[in-house]
Design a protein around this ligand. Structure first.
Ligand code: ATP
Ligand code: MG
Length: 346
């Protein structure tokens, strides 16, 4: 029997506000994971904690943290934690809260708050991120939207060539002015390292310092117009510093993941999805590129395997938004700065 009276359940829950879910970065009360506490007269605290998944690998850490806060309290004789699992709705709500908290701490950008930001990402190189980004951008512009295109592939930029936009970025009133191409009733507003170096092939080493911060400049120091409907970001392959930096800077961004039909490509693509999840980015869906080749005689050939897009979509719980066939026009028109999406070809 304890000599001092035990803490109240409210006091216990108050202490739980100091327990941060290491993955979501917010406290377990706010995230709705600490469901409630009971305390008996003789100092037995029972807590109900629901985790995002029952097999949460961080459970041990959370448990340690909770115990450290409770066991040494005066009047406490015993601490029991009943573990449960959040419902799907509760989990979505927890994610939304975490995302909101992160966005509160994210740096200011010059991207209007009304702009829908979509990162086009993939684990592997050469799967068609840039082709998808530029074609999507061109198609949206043709429908009358103002579409920003940020070429975040600092070292291997290809957006200028694919969109047929050429020129130099100039600065006005301390802001970088994107290059504009009008398409139909809409327009493209483009920034790329390609506009900062003399030639597409020239080595970029000489601007090493600036390059490290290029995407930050693209987010913060570009005069993105206030009527920008979309901002599509062509990501470099993989999950390196640039990707992580962007994800942190733009917690509101959504991710579109490009993959090929080869089943073994899914592991790397899933890593990208994982990166998105860690930064609470919403994944809009998966696009399977180079799905099949339809020969002039109408016969179909799955040159790069089958089922990869669907498999990845299933794995990460996002929809498969589309399958783009192998279409020579994508490549030819891309080389000519004339996105295939603008022609009659699919
Ligand atoms: N559906 C398609 N049909 C035919 N060719 C395609 C298709 N998609 C992409 N390509 C071609 O494949 C090549 C690679 O595409 P792209 O540059 O878009 O890939 P990426 O993922 O951006 O590559 P990187 O990782 O190097 O940036 C390009 O030459 C492009 O024209
Ligand atoms: Mg690319």
């Amino acid at each position: 029997m304890a000599t001092t009276s035990p803490p109240t359940p409210d006091y216990v829950m108050g202490l739980m506000r100091g327990v941060i879910d290491p993955e979501l970065g917010s406290d377990i009360v706010e995230l709705g994971m600490a469901k409630g506490a009971t305390v008996t007269d003789d100092g037995w605290i029972r807590l109900q904690i629901d985790l995002t998944t029952s097999g949460c690998p961080l459970r041990a850490q959370i448990q340690k943290d909770i115990r450290a806060r409770l066991t040494s309290l005066p009047g406490v004789t015993r601490v029991t934690i009943d573990w449960g699992e959040l419902t799907q709705d509760e989990r979505s709500e927890a994610m939304a809260k975490a995302r909101f908290n992160v966005s509160q701490n994210a740096p200011d950008t010059s991207i209007p708050s009304t702009t829908k930001v979509v990162m086009v990402a993939s684990g592997k190189g050469g799967v068609g991120k840039s082709s998808i980004t530029t074609n999507l951008a061109a198609a949206l512009a043709e429908q009358g939207y103002a579409v920003g295109v940020m070429d975040a592939d600092i070292w291997g930029f290809s957006v200028p060539r694919m969109l047929g936009v050429d020129g130099e970025l100039v600065s006005k009133d301390g802001k970088i002015q994107p290059l504009v191409r009008e398409i139909g009733t809409g327009r493209l507003e483009v920034v790329s390292m390609g506009f900062l170096v003399d030639q597409e092939n020239s080595a970029l080493m000489w601007r090493g310092l600036m390059l490290n911060r290029a995407v930050q400049h693209f987010c913060q120091d570009v005069a993105w117009p206030s009527d920008l409907d979309y901002l599509l970001i062509d990501m470099p392959p993989g999950t390196g510093d640039v990707q992580m930096g962007l994800a942190k800077m733009l917690p509101r961004a959504e991710m579109l993941i490009v993959t090929t039909p080869a089943l073994n490509a899914q592991k790397v693509a899933a890593r990208v999805a994982d990166m998105g999840a860690k930064n609470y980015l919403r994944i809009v869906g998966v696009i399977e590129n180079m799905s099949e080749f339809v020969a002039p005689d109408g016969s179909r050939h799955s040159l790069f395997g089958e089922g990869g897009g669907q498999q990845l979509a299933d794995d990460i719980g996002a929809p498969l938004l589309g399958q783009v066939p192998i279409e020579p026009a994508v490549s030819v028109n891309g080389d000519q700065g004339d996105p295939a999406a603008l022609g009659e070809t699919p």
